[in-house]
Design a protein around this ligand. Structure first.
Ligand code: AMP
Length: 220
């Protein structure tokens, strides 16, 4: 079966960290709507200007915009042998659109992995998070320091704090997760695609579990 995977979980659950490991090990494209929006913001495109007005407040970018973006990306050739969706879908409307689209193009979802972490830990992780401006690699000021302060170990790029990684925006993002995204667990459970993962036990242990699950899908 093609490795068509969704990675879900609240902000700070470790989706980005796991996504980086998954795409390296399984050689599938990483489709992160958050990264796509941040790229558009950096370039100053009309999409970027629109997205920024929502993202900085912690709000969700409207469904039609986000769905259009993913539709175009998933139809590209490099997604033929699999893809990793990170941060999409986040609403029921997006999940329904994704289901229709993936059926239409014969790239249906094989697995939905949900990483869960308690709220206090999410706040701790997000408030100390730093990200590489060049390659997006995540760090933490206490628990995942770079070798040289402020510099990415991987590409040497500068580290920065995301504009939406502040307490107010985070509260809004967590509320959106509870109201808009959590209902998707039921959506994927009903389709027998959902796997619940504990994101509190360390990233190596979590990746070992994800790796095992993905190897099962690959070997089907
Ligand atoms: P992320 O990097 O996944 O945490 O996403 C950062 C921000 O981008 C989110 O807080 C939203 O404002 C926006 N965003 C990313 N993915 C989506 C999505 N699927 N639907 C709506 N907004 C999104």
């Amino acid at each position: 079966m093609a490795m068509n995977i969704i990675l879900m979980g609240p902000p700070g659950a470790g989706k980005g960290t796991q996504a980086k490991k998954i795409i390296q090990e399984f050689a599938i494209p990483h489709i992160s709507t958050g990264d796509m929006f941040r790229e558009a913001i950096k370039k100053g495109t009309p999409l970027g200007v629109l997205a920024k007005s929502y993202i900085d407040k912690g709000d969700l970018v409207p469904d039609d915009v986000t769905i259009g973006l993913v539709k175009e990306r998933l139809s590209q050739d490099d997604c033929q042998k699999g893809y990793l969706l990170d941060g999409f879908p986040r609403t029921l409307k997006q999940a329904e659109a994704l289901e229709g689209l993936t059926k239409e193009i014969g790239r249906e979802i094989a697995l939905c992995l949900n990483i869960d972490v308690n709220k206090e830990e999410l706040i701790r992780r997000i408030s100390g998070r730093r990200v590489c401006k060049n390659c997006g690699a995540p760090y933490h000021i206490e628990t995942a320091k770079p070798k040289v302060a402020g510099v990415c170990d991987i590409c040497g790029g500068p580290l920065y704090q995301r504009a939406d990684d502040n307490v107010e925006a985070l509260e809004t993002r967590l509320t959106h997760y509870e109201h808009d995204t959590k209902p998707l667990l039921d959506f994927y459970q009903k389709r027998n695609l959902l796997i619940l993962l504990d994101g509190e036990g360390g990233s190596e242990k979590l990746f070992a579990e994800i790796s095992r699950l993905l190897n099962e899908v690959r070997d089907d």
